[in-house]
Design a protein around this ligand. Structure first.
Ligand code: UDX
Length: 433
């Protein structure tokens, strides 16, 4: 089938290449000329495992092209909208500028009966509004939320754990058949597919992310209690996680959640619920956000305390900048936030991340970035682990102790073995343990 994907960020570029890998003819469109030039040359503009392979294969097969010109997507049967919906600058709500401009850009180029399938995370009510705009052009609209996780984006796109189609009552049957044809090879594997109305599909996405964020903040709240009682939150998580109704996933206490989705999605959901007069229904999400942000400050406070309240001039190695491993994404990253706050307090912060150095440097040129993990550790008076990269998990406490000036470690992700590190002479502090 002929497809377009509007917006070539983490979501859109992966979706475009993944759809080409399923055998479709895909044009990826973005207004950012630099990004399109890179993608056209087979160079991923961001780090995502497996993406480069499907990007290069798509370009080589001729199934995948990129453009900045909406005229180039005019022949598509289905247009996926994968643009960002960041937090508004003036509040917690979602900024729909890019979604609206994608629809406006498409309007003059829609062929009769073309289907627009929105993938971006939008406030409930958006699809119904957009459907009114495209209907006079003879186009159809559905909402098909994306649940991909960064670091697993390719797998989550070609092998999702469910598909959700939010459809209009008028054209729903036709649109379901069209999208089924796009996802035919995914559906052959009995992937669950739920057909809903627009509002439900929009809410599924924010409800899923709100639930995940709540799970993380729940365990971080337990970490706060563990910190004043001497309990170990990692053992607590293991113990409650054995109950299959609870489950162990997303119960890792630490410096909290970040990224381009969870933080802004819970804030946008809160803002939308307030607009709808139901703010109290999701009032708990404000606490989820507050608990989450407290964990960043907790790590900073622990480091400051280690220097007797005077971090000025002390060398601190901050290991991690990305919001999670296997990504170079620093959007709302707790790791980067910790580095910036410590630097702001006068510490001599040296940061290292296996992938996110360039993205971090662009956003925060004032920080010092080490050329290697060893350089970051060299002479450090405190080591702070804030992203759970496997390189950091695999650090040998004995060898690492030789590199630093003072063996003091703060395990902001609870990924190190406290016994092994203490046995090697380290003063070890985890989060809630
Ligand atoms: C999330 C959702 O998981 C995904 O389904 C949705 O489509 C987009 O948002 P992503 O932003 O890639 O995906 O990250 P995720 O794996 O959910 O992690 C989010 C943050 O939570 C990271 O900063 C991670 O380090 C943190 N986290 C995760 C914890 O602090 N503890 C945990 O137990 C799990």
């Amino acid at each position: 089938m002929q497809l377009s994907v509007i917006g070539c960020g983490y979501l859109g570029a992966v979706h475009a290449a993944a759809m080409a890998s399923l055998g479709h003819q895909v044009v990826g469109l973005d207004v950012d000329e630099g990004k399109i030039a890179k993608l056209s040359a087979g160079e991923p503009p961001f780090h995502e495992p497996g993406f480069e392979d499907i990007l290069k294969a798509g370009l080589a097969s001729g199934n995948l092209t990129f453009s900045t010109d909406y005229a180039d997507v005019a022949s598509a049967d289905v247009h996926f909208i994968g643009v960002g919906t960041p937090q508004r600058r003036d509040g917690g709500g979602a900024d729909l500028t890019y979604v609206d401009s994608a629809i406006q850009g498409l309007l003059p180029h829609l062929k009769e009966g073309a289907l627009i399938a929105g993938k971006s995370t939008v406030p409930v009510g958006t699809a119904a509004r957009l459907a009114e705009i495209v209907r006079p052009r003879g186009a159809h609209l559905m909402w098909n939320p994306e649940f991909l996780r960064e670091g697993f984006a390719v797998k989550d796109t070609v092998d999702p754990d469910r598909l959700v189609y939010g459809v209009s009552p008028e054209t729903g049957d036709t649109d379901v058949a069209t999208l089924d044809a796009v996802y035919a090879s995914i559906l052959e594997r009995d992937t669950p597919r739920l057909v809903t109305d627009y509002a439900t599909a929009e809410l599924v996405k924010v409800a899923a992310n709100s639930f995940l964020a709540t799970k993380i903040s729940f365990i971080n709240a337990m970490a706060e209690i563990a910190e004043v009682t001497g309990a170990d939150v990692t053992q607590l998580a293991d113990a409650i996680g054995h109950d299959v109704r609870i489950g162990r996933k997303f119960l890792n206490a630490g410096v909290g959640f970040g990224g381009g989705c969870l933080p802004k999605d819970i804030r946008a959901f809160t803002a939308r619920a307030e607009e709808l007069g139901r703010g109290e229904s999701v009032g708990f999400l404000k606490q989820v956000d507050e608990i989450n942000l407290r964990r960043r400050q907790r790590v900073v406070d622990l480091v400051v305390d280690a220097f007797g309240g005077q971090p000025f001039g002390h060398r601190v190695a901050v290991l991690g900048l990305a919001f999670k491993p296997d990504s170079d994404d620093i959007r709302d990253s707790p790791a980067l936030d910790v580095a910036v706050r410590l630097k702001g307090l006068g510490a001599e912060v040296v940061s290292y991340d296996p992938q996110a150095m360039e993205t971090a440097r662009r956003a925060h040129p004032q920080l010092d970035y080490a050329a290697s993990l060893d350089d970051a550790l060299d002479g450090a008076e405190a080591v702070v682990v804030v992203t759970e990269w496997k390189q950091f998990k695999a650090l040998d406490p004995v060898a690492t102790a030789q590199k630093v000036a003072r063996p003091v470690v703060f395990d902001g992700r609870n990924i190190l073995d406290p016994e092994a590190w203490r046995a090697a002479g380290w003063e070890y502090t985890g989060m809630g343990r």
